[in-house]
Ligand binder design. Structure first.
Ligand code: ASP
Length: 439
């Protein structure tokens, strides 16, 4: 029998009505056997996610403030879900235990993880599925990274004993027994780990949008949906700002080539986006690019020195300064006697002078300048590898819109072209590229 792992995000489990939709989706397909829930998310725009309230509890306890009021709100969220579902389930003991464990300093991650834990208890009861606690099947190493081998083995062994199960997202356990969470939005990673351990046929990730769009709808009106995208293309798009799936959720399933299907809980009839290892239809002449994404907030450090190109070790010395300062760089567009390093501006905060002085000391440059206000745009598409003139069309479209290109970087894989423009030209440049390829 085929196995599907299904993960539901916080907005899909924000209240009883959404729980009902989720149950309908799960019950509509008997292959949907393993379920990974998030904590209750926002019910409306101004609402607060349970995870955020739990973080607040932690902060209050640290500041010796009372959490009674905020914890009552958290309890309310769960109690009203249970009441709305008409479930015969008394969660008060669990709620009390969690509160008292938090008061006894069980850590920030423990506090945050209880959002998923409690939601999973309710969902398991409602679906009549078994509950399998993530702390018994997801293991981290001492350095905080996932212990893949141990996790895969424990997860597989445990889940094979359950025809159906609910496994809370977002957290696992450290070697010393304390709870550790992934970064925010990390239930996506849990879903992927479960799918990998079970060698599932499909990982369905249910959220509140019908998959990825070719561009940001805040900039492009009604952008086309992306039907199919490869893991590699998606990696490029999410790195540049397309946020639907946690960017680390791809790694566990990638080698096992398990496809991920992004689906919309509020519109289950929509096919969503399929994320696959290889896209068989990628060379459709109509569809040269798969998507466009971008971000503002980058700086360029430009280092110039005569005869730089003949000086061995120049680049290494510059990068060593960054490494010593624990700064990662994004791109390295270089000329003959100059090199530029593109860095996220925020990471330079408070240490600009130090970094520039250290670079100068390391390489004795003729000049070093730093410019802020760069936006990067990634045009991503496997189709560009085969298609002649894709880059020319990108640059023409941008220049026809009267925009100056500050930087160009095309990786040798030709999977993406990255262009840098002034931040105030960002939206206009994205529109120009979209219109060139899609409209
Ligand atoms: N509840 C966690 C968060 O809000 C994890 C998740 O939803 O995936 O970040």
């Amino acid at each position: 029998m085929k196995v599907k792992v299904v993960k539901f995000g916080g907005s899909s489990l924000a209240d009883a009505e959404h729980f009902k939709q989720v149950a309908n989706i799960i019950k509509a397909d008997s292959q949907r056997r393993y379920v990974v829930p998030s904590a209750p998310g926002k019910r409306f725009k101004e609402d607060i996610k349970v995870t955020d309230m739990l973080y607040e509890c932690y902060e209050k306890i640290r500041n010796h403030e009372s959490i009674d009021e905020i914890y009552a709100k958290i309890s309310d969220r769960y109690n009203s879900i249970i009441a709305g579902l008409g479930l015969d389930f008394d969660i008060s003991g669990e709620l009390e235990y969690v509160k008292s464990a938090m008061m006894h300093r069980s850590g920030r991650d423990f506090a945050a993880s209880r959002g998923e834990y409690l939601n999973s208890l309710i969902l398991a009861k409602y679906l009549k599925f078994d509950f399998v606690d993530a702390e018994n099947v997801i293991y981290f190493k001492d350095n905080g990274t996932l212990d893949e081998e141990k996790t895969n083995e424990a997860m597989r062994e445990e889940l094979m004993q359950h025809k159906n199960a609910v496994i809370p997202g977002f957290y696992g356990v450290m070697p010393n027994g304390t709870i550790k969470t992934f970064s925010r939005g990390g239930s996506d990673i849990t879903g992927s780990i479960v799918a990998r351990a079970l060698d599932a046929d499909l990982y369905e990730n249910w959220t509140d949008v019908s998959g990825f769009l070719m561009a940001d709808p805040r900039m492009i009106e009604n952008p086309c949906p992306i039907k199919t995208i490869t893991y590699r293309e998606l990696r490029e798009l999410s790195y540049m700002g397309a946020t639907v799936l946690h960017e680390d959720a791809i790694f566990p399933v990638k080698n096992a080539k398990i496809p991920i299907n992004i689906r919309n809980t509020n519109r289950p009839q929509d096919p969503g986006t399929m994320i696959v290892a290889e896209n068989k239809n990628d060379f459709d002449a109509e569809k040269i690019i798969t998507g466009i994404a971008g971000r503002k907030g980058f700086s360029v450090i430009t280092i110039e020195k005569d005869m730089m190109n003949s000086e061995v070790g120049y680049g290494r010395k510059v990068l060593e300064v960054l490494e010593d300062n624990e700064i990662s760089f994004e791109h390295l567009p270089s000329g003959i006697d100059n090199m530029s390093v593109v860095i996220e501006s925020a990471v330079l905060d408070g240490r600009r002078d130090k970094v520039l002085t250290s670079i100068n000391r390391a390489v004795h440059a003729d000049s070093i300048t730093i410019e802020d206000g760069l936006a990067l745009i990634a045009i991503v598409g496997l189709g560009m590898v085969k298609y002649k003139g894709a880059a020319a069309r990108v640059f023409n479209a941008i220049s026809a819109a009267g925009i100056n290109i500050r930087m160009i970087d095309q990786g040798s894989s030709e999977l993406s072209i990255i262009v840098g423009v002034e931040e105030h030209d960002f939206e206009k440049a994205v529109c120009a590229i979209y219109n060139e390829f899609v409209k």
